[in-house]
Design a protein around this ligand. Structure first.
Ligand code: PLP
Length: 391
């Protein structure tokens, strides 16, 4: 059996395992070091009780003859699709345009399978690694980077951008924390319409947007349904990183160049290779969207956003250039003239803080590190006091 040559195109280690192996190496030499992780963007706060009750009830029901259910619809429970259509999209999107998944990452992989390899794609640089790496695994023909940096306000210069079949765009952005405005998204949509491209809009952090003028969904912008797919997740929204639940919107108005429906093809693909998200997780997701539970969820989101503000203020007070951290749980910190793995190593060895080196997200990240606000409050304060200490 020959190795899939696409896999040999990948760097030997995915970013997060590489960060972890450096951390383990450091701990092996310094077993007493109390590391603080401001690195991998995993949530830390417990899921609100009423949502846990819903998860427990769904599990309990599986142990009763009356409550037992096996496979569900591959597209997801109808009541959850309907609830997402109402609560997230205010009925702008129909329930049969919402497909429930076991997380945004898994659907990104399936979308890459949907479009195949004989395509060109554009990806923000820096970007969440899966857009690029998943496309390499798929054997995509051409990958065009879209540089996003402080100089262009983290929005690509579309005037210089080559046409591609697909455009990946993430807002609020991981890793930069930048949030696209309505005008910027309108430009992106116009660009996609002109070029007959499809946008894959990753809205995994949309629940962190507090500013009412900023768009939480690309479908808030006119004509988006003709050119955009939107993926989202309960992971960072409701602490479901381990529970696993997300959704993808494929509007019925989205068509291939021959006029056939992308929604129909997606339905065909997931009914073939995906047997639906866990029924327990979906019951939990439904509970998340109940009004009284959303109040609890918003408190947790506010807590993380306060973490971000505390970290940002502290770093700015010592003259650091910090981006993001408002309407987003990530801070993007510039260390001019320094290579990001060196900055990572400095934080690890001198401050005992784990960060993510910006170059892991693309060449534009070379002078940056990413910090997350998903920690506990004490850890955020402790991290700040370590950063303030002279080493
Ligand atoms: N998209 C972005 C931008 C992310 O940062 C993440 C997770 O960190 C995901 C997607 C994956 O989310 P999920 O846990 O739903 O697979």
């Amino acid at each position: 059996m020959k190795r899939n040559p696409n896999l040999s195109q990948l760097k030997s280690n995915y970013l997060f395992p590489e960060v972890n192996s450096r951390k383990q190496e450091f701990l092996a030499k310094n077993p007493k070091a109390a590391l603080i992780s401001l690195g991998v963007g995993d949530t830390t706060q417990p899921i609100p009780g009423a949502i846990v009750q819903a998860l427990m009830k769904a599990s309990y029901n599986l142990g009763t003859l009356k409550g037992y259910s096996g496979y569900g619809p591959e597209q997801g429970m109808q009541m959850l699709r309907k609830k997402i259509s109402e609560k997230i999209f205010f009925n702008r999107i129909e329930p049969d345009e919402v497909f429930i998944s076991d997380g945004a990452n898994c659907d990104l992989g399936r979308l890459q399978m949907l479009f195949g390899s004989d395509i060109s794609i554009a990806v923000q640089d820096p970007a969440y690694p899966v857009y690029f790496e998943g496309s390499v695994i798929q054997g995509v023909k051409e990958i065009v980077p879209m540089p996003c940096n402080p100089e262009n306000h983290f929005f690509p210069d579309l005037g210089c951008l080559k046409r591609t079949d697909l455009i990946y765009f993430c807002s609020p952005n991981n890793p930069t924390g930048a949030v696209a405005t309505k005008d910027q998204l309108k430009h992106l949509i116009d660009f996609a319409i002109q070029n007959r491209s499809i946008i894959i809009f990753d809205a995994a952090y949309s629940s962190y947007i507090q500013d009412p003028l900023l768009p939480k969904s690309i479908y808030e912008i006119e004509n988006a349904e003709k050119v955009a797919i939107e993926i989202n997740s309960f992971s960072k929204f409701a602490g479901f990183t381990g529970v696993r639940l997300g959704w993808t919107v494929i509007p019925k108005a989205l068509k291939y160049e021959d006029g056939t429906s992308v929604n129909t093809d997606w339905n065909r693909l997931i009914t073939t290779i995906f047997n639906g998200a866990s029924n327990i997780a979906q019951s939990g997701g439904y509970a998340v969207l109940e009004e009284e539970n959303m109040l609890e969820i918003r408190k947790i989101i506010n807590f993380y956003l306060e973490n971000a503000a505390i970290l940002k203020n502290a770093l700015q007070s010592i003259g650091k250039e910090v981006f993001g951290g408002v309407n987003a749980p990530y801070l993007w910190v510039r260390f001019k003239g320094q290579e990001s793995w060196d900055t990572f190593q400095y934080f690890l060895e001198e401050k005992h803080i784990v960060t993510i080196p910006g170059s892991g997200f693309g060449s534009q990240g070379n002078e940056f590190i990413r910090l997350t606000a998903f920690g506990n409050r004490e850890e955020i304060h402790e991290a700040i006091s370590r950063i303030f200490q002279k080493s």
